[in-house]
Design a protein around this ligand. Structure first.
Ligand code: C2E
Ligand code: MG
Ligand code: MG
Ligand code: MG
Length: 289
């Protein structure tokens, strides 16, 4: 009677060892488990209206919180998630988290927006529309309060992109082309896409005030966006000099370490509240003058 139990135990042991080896050896296996265990959280980076200094919302940036409490940045797992199709489930979790984290703020203040990054598969399959509609219906958040960011990768399949993003805009979402200038978009391509705003990539912002050859491209990107009646967002703004340049060029919005780093939801809510009251003081002072 003892032998079968011994055999059983060793089979179990071998299984356990193989399972933990697989976990250790395969990043995809690990990511699958993380998706199943819902190990993703969202940090929020404030978006500032350049002309007024108002915080008008935030970009939602996903982080993988490992069981040991460490945070993994998206550049280390989003590419794998994109290639394996796991991005669909991650986007669902991000949208869920955004509503859980900021739903109350969004319902109480309709001027607040959250920009969510979409994967190419979210756009290609179009299922993101249902996910968003359900999230809005159960929370009371308005479609106009959720902006959708798509990189040029998301536009490679032009027809599904037009369909999904066109539907999203018809429902009231704003669509932003992200990391603009790092891909292959041409002007003619750009004007055929359903877009509301263009986000200038940090690479270009970095060159403001330098004599690098790329620095002369930035004004052209701004001019191009304006020709197409797109709002302009600058990402990765780190210096006052860059902000001053962007204000002079009448760029609409900016985000970057100059204003704030990505932060947990509670910190963002506090940041937004503080920005609101500071801006009220500024407005009052201007009125009294
Ligand atoms: P992104 O959408 O272009 O986001 C901006 C990235 O720049 C963020 O990195 C942000 O933390 C960083 N950043 C912002 N301001 C500054 C600055 O002043 N200086 C510097 N050096 N960096 C700044 P993060 O959070 O590591 O995200 C990296 C990329 O991962 C994102 O680039 C986006 O493409 C992707 N990503 C993030 N969250 C999601 C998500 O929920 N879904 C999908 N599909 N992709 C996501
Ligand atoms: Mg983005
Ligand atoms: Mg970007
Ligand atoms: Mg970028």
């Amino acid at each position: 009677r003892l032998i079968p139990i011994g055999v059983l135990l060793s089979v179990l042991m071998v299984g356990l060892v193989m399972w933990s080896l697989r976990r250790r050896l395969s990043p995809l296996g690990e990511l699958e488990i993380a998706v199943r265990k819902r190990e993703f959280i969202v940090h929020y980076q404030p978006i500032i209206e350049l002309a007024s200094g108002n915080c008008i919302g935030a970009e939602a940036l996903v982080r993988w919180m490992r069981p040991d409490g460490s945070l993994v940045l998206p550049d280390l797992f989003v590419p794998l998630a994109e290639d394996s199709g796991l991005i669909l489930a991650i986007t669902d979790q991000v949208i869920d988290e955004v509503i859980k984290d900021l739903g109350v703020l969004l319902v109480n203040d309709r001027s607040v927006h959250v920009a969510v990054n979409l994967g190419a598969d979210d756009i290609r399959t179009g299922r993101i529309i249902d996910v968003l509609q359900q999230a809005l219906a159960r929370s009371g958040v308005e479609a106009a309060q959720i902006w959708l960011e798509a990189t040029e990768r998301g536009f490679i399949n032009v027809l599904p992109a037009r369909l999904t993003l066109g539907n999203a805009r018809a429902l009231g979402h704003a669509v932003v082309i992200d990391d603009f200038g790092t891909g292959y978009s041409s002007l003619s391509h750009l004007q055929s896409l359903p877009l509301d705003a263009l986000k200038i990539d940090k690479t270009f912002i970095d060159t403001i005030g330098t004599d690098s050859a790329i620095s002369s491209v930035t004004p052209h990107i701004i001019g191009m966006a304006r020709t197409l009646f797109l709002k302009i967002v600058a990402e990765g703004v780190e210096t006052e000099e860059q902000a001053e340049y962007l204000r002079r060029q009448k760029v609409d919005y900016a985000q970057g370490w100059l204003y704030a780093m990505p932060m947990p939801a509670a910190a963002f809510i506090a940041f937004h509240r503080q920005n609101r009251s500071a801006q009220e003081v500024v407005a009052k002072a201007a009125q009294e003058e």
